[in-house]
Design a protein around this ligand. Structure first.
Ligand SMILES: C[S@@+](CC[C@H](N)C(=O)[O-])C[C@H]1O[C@@H](n2cnc3c(N)ncnc32)[C@H](O)[C@@H]1O
Length: 332
């Protein structure tokens, strides 16, 4: 590139077919000091300038290869998320010839692309093949994700569908797409900020499909609060020890959201998953920062089921959506 043309190219988006131009801009921009600034000195998997074309494609780098302040938040978040799912992912890679990951309520598919990019570019794939599937009810976002998969040359490893967590099944997908038959089931199901009961449905479909790992970061859990509001109007609800919480609108929603996650953790343990809830990123980066991580260890646990039933009774006896999904999968 001539010196004269450099300034004008920095203001242009990267030219299709000329990734080297953007990469060389990124090489210059990403000094060790700048890298330390966005990573806070941590060892992240996805780092510019090496991963600059990917970060640019998912919208986290500007055309001059800089990372705008609001993109830094997302960048930190996705790297933390990858850090948390990396260990189970590597474990699955040891045990399975082909690896399938389902992102339920994928939205702009940040996480789906991150996992696909990571598996393609950072992991030795001698073991076989992998597939990342993203589903969402938003048609425009799914179309955008399909185009992005082509742009990043990940189309062979990615599949996007307009579908709802309510009725999506892996078997249904294989019937519609026989070419995906080698991927008999998803070994991992992720759901990042899927709204309200979509988180339960994502977990439920993972259990039904026999997934080994489930990772969900819940969002706007409103179901239990709505049931408590109804309960507050009944004689039984008025007499319940939790009645003050049933009647306090703002607190009711917050308390119910926390209790919903506790119930999800207990239900996953019932279904044989070793389950933890952790903060996946500091709250200054995102207030929705809880990750429920569940790893299949055994079969149905009667102790966990009893524990769940007692806990539920203590909270007014309302069943959350995941309970009915686990029951219909025969695990409760
Ligand atoms: C807050 S966004 C999160 C998107 C993405 N997972 C992320 O973290 O960037 C929630 C997404 O869930 C999708 N969604 C909500 N309910 C859904 C359902 N029942 N089935 C599939 N997608 C759903 C919405 O369309 C939206 O794209």
């Amino acid at each position: 590139m001539s010196k004269g043309s450099k300034t004008s190219k920095m203001t242009q988006p990267p030219q299709p077919g000329k990734p080297a131009d953007f990469s060389s801009i990124a090489e210059k921009h990403w000094t060790p000091e700048r890298i330390t600034k966005i990573t806070s000195g941590r060892k992240y998997e996805i780092v510019p300038p090496g991963d600059a074309p990917f970060l640019r494609a998912i919208g986290l780098l500007a055309s001059d290869a800089s990372m705008p302040a609001d993109a830094v938040r997302k960048y930190v978040q996705i790297n933390h998320m990858l850090g948390l799912v990396k260990a189970p992912l590597m474990d699955l890679r040891q045990r399975h010839k082909s690896l399938a990951i389902l992102d339920a309520g994928c939205g702009s598919s940040f996480l789906t692309f991150l996992v696909a990019w990571y598996l393609k570019h950072k992991v030795d794939l001698e073991f076989g093949d992998f597939l990342c599937v993203g589903i969402d009810t938003n048609k425009a976002l799914i179309e955008k994700s399909r185009a992005l998969a082509d742009k990043l040359e990940l189309q062979k490893h990615m599949h996007f569908e307009v579908a709802s967590t309510r009725d999506f099944t892996w078997e249904g997908l294989l019937e519609r797409r026989p070419a995906l038959a080698p991927f008999k089931r998803p070994q991992m199901v992720v759901a990042l900020h899927a709204c309200d009961t979509a988180t339960d449905e994502a977990l439920g479909l993972g259990i039904a499909a026999g997934a080994d790992v489930l990772a969900a970061s819940p969002c706007c859990q409103a179901e239990l609060a709505a049931m408590w509001r109804e309960l507050a109007q009944t004689p039984e609800g008025r007499a319940h020890p939790m009645a003050p919480a049933f009647h306090a609108p703002e607190l009711r929603r917050t308390i119910a959201a926390e209790m919903t996650d506790m119930m999800r953790v207990m239900l996953l343990r019932t279904a044989g998953y070793e389950t933890t809830a952790t903060e996946f990123v500091e709250s200054r980066h995102s207030p929705k920062n809880r990750l429920i991580l569940a790893i299949k260890r055994g079969r149905y646990s009667m102790d966990a089921a009893e524990s769940y039933q007692k806990f539920k009774a203590h909270l007014g006896g309302c069943a959350i959506r995941l309970e009915s999904l686990i029951s219909s999968a025969g695990a409760l």
